[in-house]
Design a binder for this molecule. Structure first.
Ligand SMILES: Cc1cc2nc3c(=O)[nH]c(=O)nc-3n(C[C@H](O)[C@H](O)[C@H](O)COP(=O)(O)O)c2cc1C
Length: 329
């Protein structure tokens, strides 16, 4: 009997992901609520948590772990830090909830790199290697790393760095196709990532600037990557990752959600954050999402201003209804 053919499968160590698409970790964004909502669209994509500070987790100051109900699989938990022992301890705490442990080696922000965490590890491959070895020795699930092209434009070391991570035991890598010095400026250089092909034996995910099924396909072609990671663009469209998967798997371009559909997604997302965090905190937390859901609308700047300064739930719903009415007329 022929076995059923899977459309796409990426082997990450002993774990299989039946999708070429992963959700890129976004601190303060890809929380439990957003991951759960995304899962309603895509049953197969690899979800990733926001980065979890190893120091905070081990000192029990981080409650992120309770944000999972074990129904998120496939899910990767990302840890952040630079002390091998603490990273290993935090990976152990998270192991029960996670299918994969990912290590943050790409975060560019000052607060993180000044403590030798995040992208600073690209300047210290020996320490990065020790972290992977320590985590790998401690957990029985695959360990992956996420990093950038390098620290500066003149010091791109992602190929050598990926090889070192592989030799330390990493089962896959995700590379944001920018350097730390670029932060988020310019365009992600997908072509540069194609230089990884043949240089490592583990899968690599290309990341940066993917915002549609078409750009996802283009990125896969140009980077020659095994998979892709989608971050910011998923913020205002919970269906994007699913639509990308459909395009990759079947060539079908599903319709983009229109404004009424986006507002209905927004309301569900807002309601879920409120249910999870309580009304006042949920409403405040949600402010960053409005601009993503209501892009390119008439009078957008004014509506966004009103929404981000509004704390009353009923008034928020009225503003959203007003936006719909305004677009109809
Ligand atoms: C608000 C924000 C938070 C982020 N948080 C994380 C994080 O926790 N861990 C991480 O590895 N990368 C983080 N990133 C980087 C993204 O995962 C991703 O690499 C980057 O945004 C490029 O991909 P994109 O163009 O698809 O967004 C963050 C980016 C943004 C904008």
């Amino acid at each position: 009997m022929p076995t059923e053919q899977k459309i796409c499968e990426i082997k990450i160590g002993n774990f299989s992901v039946n999708s070429k698409v992963s959700l890129s970790p976004l601190a303060g964004i890809t929380d439990y609520v957003m991951r759960k909502l995304l899962r309603e669209y895509s049953k197969t994509c690899l979800l990733t948590t926001e980065m979890i500070s190893s120091e905070a987790l081990v000192q029990k100051q981080d409650t992120n772990i309770s944000y999972s109900d074990n129904k998120e699989s496939p899910v990767s938990f990302q840890i952040e830090g630079h002390k091998p022992e603490l990273m290993a301890k935090s990976a152990k705490i998270l192991e029960k909830k996670a299918d994969i442990i990912d290590i943050n080696m790409g975060c560019p922000i000052n607060k993180i790199v000044k403590g030798n965490d995040g992208c600073a590890l690209m300047k210290n491959p020996e320490l990065a290697k020790d972290i992977v070895i320590a985590v790998k020795e401690t957990v029985n699930i695959p360990v992956t790393c996420k990093f950038r092209l390098g620290w500066g434009l003149d010091t791109k070391n992602f190929i050598e760095f990926a090889q070192i991570m592989q030799s330390a035991g990493a089962s896959a890598v995700t590379v944001h196709a920018r350097t730390r010095s670029q932060m988020y400026s310019g365009n992600a250089d997908w072509k540069e990532l194609s230089n990884l092909k043949g240089e490592i034996d583990i899968p690599y995910f290309a990341n940066g600037d993917i915002d549609s099924p078409e750009s996802a396909m283009k990125c896969l072609e140009i980077s020659d990557a095994d998979g892709i990671a989608v971050g910011r663009a998923s913020m205002g469209d919970l269906s994007l990752i699913y639509r990308i998967e459909e395009y990759i798997n079947t060539g079908k371009l599903l319709k983009e959600p229109n404004l009424p559909e986006k507002i209905s997604m927004l309301k569900k997302h807002l309601d879920s954050e409120i249910a999870f965090r309580g009304e006042e905190t949920g409403i405040k937390f949600f402010r960053k999402f409005y601009p993503c859901y209501i892009k390119n609308i008439r009078g957008g700047a004014e509506y966004r201003h009103r929404l981000v300064t509004e704390l009353n739930y009923k008034n928020i719903i009225s503003i959203l209804d007003e936006i719909l009415l305004n677009e109809k007329n």
